[in-house]
Design a protein around this ligand. Structure first.
Ligand code: ASP
Length: 289
């Protein structure tokens, strides 16, 4: 189980907390696998844990739009079946990643946005949350800093994602975010878009991306990295090559995590930091930033 807690620039003082948060996410995914969960369920448990954690820009504590609202984006993909599920512009619901999973299981469509995504979530049995319940002081402060011009357009940080391979070689990826701070309402980033923010294919591996969504969308980053894995490029090299090409081709800014079909892990980013953690059965969980 590999997780990231977003590409960006986490200050030295906060790095430890971000890494610890990622480790908790990775452990949640691993705990599910140890109880017999599939790779998909493991990825969802890892991301759901990070959505609960106010430190990260997903679920509770997610970044606010220019109008101080929440518009949440998430996607999941299962590598065995190539089934996917995604939601964008979702109003407050505690776990966008679980709603995305319900879209996958429902199977009729892959991607819902806005009020209709919320209607789908309600029909699927999810109880709506509220802005008051999910808005944190830190998110309000980030928006104020953005309004004062102290953080550049597009800055986010703290998006979360997970890639998993289980004992049967099944792969999955999941990603969740509030998007970039102060985004114009209606803006959709890479996170809910299969091939941009999330991709999984058992013949290759799985990838979750993070960074400036507009560049990731134009670079089809998660798919590009997965294609390298399919061609047999080892995970670490695939991650590094995909990020190098992303920087060069579309002036991309961000990072990604991959796991290949052999269980090897790759991590790469061209931002200052990308918090991450890795859990493997029978080994201590490790992380970095
Ligand atoms: N990729 C996300 C977005 O653009 C932000 C992030 O990864 O921090 O919505």
């Amino acid at each position: 189980v590999v997780v990231h807690g977003g590409a960006g620039s986490v200050s030295e003082a906060k790095r430890h907390a971000h890494v610890e948060g990622c480790k908790r996410g990775a452990r949640a995914g691993m705990a599910a696998l140890e109880k017999g969960a599939t790779a998909l369920e493991g990825a969802i448990e890892a991301v759901a844990q990070l959505e609960n954690d106010e430190l990260f820009n997903a679920g509770t504590g997610a970044s606010l739009t220019a109008e101080a609202t929440l518009e949440l984006d998430a996607s999941v993909m299962e590598g065995t079946t190539k089934r996917g599920g995604a939601v964008a512009l979702l109003p407050p619901f505690g776990h966008p990643v679980r709603v995305a999973r319900a879209v996958l299981e429902d199977g009729r469509h892959v991607f819902y946005a806005g009020p209709e995504a919320a209607a789908f979530a309600r029909e699927a049995g999810f109880a709506p949350s509220s802005l008051e319940a999910m808005r944190t002081e830190a998110a309000v402060e980030r928006l104020e800093r953005f309004r004062r011009g102290q953080v550049g357009e597009g800055w986010a940080g703290g998006t979360v994602g997970a890639v998993v391979i289980d004992g049967r070689g099944r792969t999955a990826a999941a990603t969740s975010t509030g998007g970039t701070v102060g985004k114009r309402p209606g803006r959709i980033g890479d996170t809910p878009v299969l091939g941009a923010g999330t991709y999984a294919d058992d013949e290759a591996g799985a990838c979750s991306a993070t960074g400036i969504g507009e560049t990731i969308l134009r670079g089809c980053l998660a798919h590009e990295a997965t294609v390298l894995l399919r061609h047999g490029v080892p995970a670490r090299q695939a991650a590094e090559s995909a990020i190098a090409a992303f920087g060069r081709r579309v002036e991309g800014e961000g990072g990604l995590i991959v796991v290949d079909r052999t269980g090897a892990v790759g991590l790469a980013w061209n931002t200052e930091t990308m918090s991450h953690a890795v859990a493997r059965a029978g080994e201590p969980v490790w992380g970095g930033c």
